[in-house]
Ligand binder design. Sequence first.
Ligand code: 5GP
Ligand code: MG
Length: 189
Amino acid sequence: MHGDIDRVLIPHDRIARRVAELAAQITADHAPRQADGGEITIVPILTGALIFCADLIRRIPIAMKIGLLTVSSYPGRSIRTQGSAVLGQQLGDLRGRHVLLIDDILDSGGTLRLVTPLLHDLGPASVKTCVLLRKDRPSAREVPVEYVGFEIPDEFVVGYGLDYDDYYRNLPDIVTLKQQVYRPESRQP
Ligand code: 5GP
Ligand code: MG
């Protein structure tokens, strides 16, 4: 798996520092709202946001619930979006709650454009969005998000939850892969 890495874009220690900063910012923004009685539900978009969310919420010392949404946009060996589709959800009752939607990466914006109205329809007090990565492309900047970890170049990345064909999610760093990995006959998991 490590032999497939081309470049380390963001090493794990930098990710950890930025996750701590985001958590501090989110905590500060939500503490006053919580005093008004509105609790948070954190909604990671699975599977990509799993690891980011797990690290982030352990640094947010506020009463919260977790809701789950599974969305597919890069099925199998795709490195371009195939259009986003909701595959499953387990959100609980969101009425009157402050929803914080968490995604791994903002690319075409299709996922957030699909999911945000679905959440608003469930009657939350507010919906905010936090993404770890935002790609440097116009479509990504058109979608409003409150919290962004890192701006990255328009390249396909894996690691820290992000996959290629469902592999590489457990790499601790955010990396690019060697071109040969994308040739089906040469991939060795
Ligand atoms: P969007 O819907 O904004 O185009 O992309 C969002 C989803 O597409 C992400 O949650 C992620 O699952 C997938 N995605 C977008 N760009 C990348 C990338 O560079 N690498 C990986 N592994 N997935 C990506
Ligand atoms: Mg994905």
